[in-house]
Write a protein that binds this ligand. Sequence first.
Ligand SMILES: *Cc1c(COP(=O)(O)O)cnc(C)c1O
Length: 403
Amino acid sequence: MSSADRPQLAYLTDALNELKQKGTHFRLRVLEDQQAPVCHYDGKQVINLASNNYLGLANHPELIEAALKATRELGVGSGAVRTIAGTMKIHMDLEEKIARFKNVEACVVFQSGFAANAGTVSAILGKEDFILSDELNHASIIDGARLSRAKIKVFRHKDVAHCEELLQEVANEPGRKLVITDGVFSMDGDIGPVDKLGALAEKYGAIMMVDDAHASGVLGRNGRGSIDHFGMHGRVDVQVGTLSKAIGALGGYVCGSRDLIDYLYHRARPFLFSTSHPPSVAATCIAAFDILEQEPERIDRLWENTRYFQRELRRAGFNVGGVNTPATETPITPVILGEGRLTMDFSRALFDEGVMGTGIAFPTVPEGKARIRLIVTSEHTRANLDQALDTLERVAKRMGILQ
Ligand SMILES: *Cc1c(COP(=O)(O)O)cnc(C)c1O
């Protein structure tokens, strides 16, 4: 069926043609084996620098065993939403495990980090309230803020003084105030000022919320996240994390007080209206938190690889951020080219030479700040990284990106 027979959706075809003209249209690359440092996309072997599998847990043998065992014992599906009949003991076990790990009273797991953010922000605030949100916060926070119908005040990236100005502007309004930041920003890899924003929230009696999707498993003791990194235990009301990145499986969670979690049971719409995880996913995640405690050397290797890779990229002359964009402080490594089409062409040329690095352009990042985003993992060998660095430099020189 084409838009010639069904003109109703022809405008979508027009929009796609516009993307193609700008050079920012993409096709999905298809992974044919495991999410690993070296793997096959679209029939080609590549060094994979595009995944969020920071610690290699997506294919850790103990996690695979845990998933298989849970499937054999408990089946493949939970059969219902949590509030009807779909709360299994293994879901509760996972939540207790995360709460203990994060040093909080309670935890609730959602189907994804996206659902955790969107479901929580929209549940705890209403249209009389105010959300003070960093301009680079994740899309799921923005969507949750919109769904809540609260008034949204956006502060300049990591600009605590600007956040305070906005808090002062609304200080006499009756609504509640929520200050929200990413712990690690997903496109630039810089760390949010969780300590300063937390103190500011306390000063103004605002709720403090942190989205630690890219910080969990990466920052803090044994990967406890940005709250641990900054020593902010007990001072962040709502902590969101994901089970889809460093943890290696799928899901999101909210940590906080017992009453916050109980309230979300009653009001968070993804919790109420979408089926809970299969037992295999819960079992996988439980095993993953054990690995964080038992194999901290994975996190050490992640940081060693990060330091080496970023130093070598800078040495080669790449812009890895920090000039007109934030400077990375984590394994997320943007290689900034600026122009969307050039970025996409560079990404494709790298792929043809055996390096997977995804091009990211407007609207995911601001116009003029297109980049390929690279993420090293604990499981890349020095040889993998050297080969990738060599390819990046060679292709960049050929395309006139580097002198
Ligand atoms: C990836 C990400 C999410 C969403 O997590 P999923 O589990 O993939 O849905 C939320 N917030 C941030 C900052 C992220 O990077």
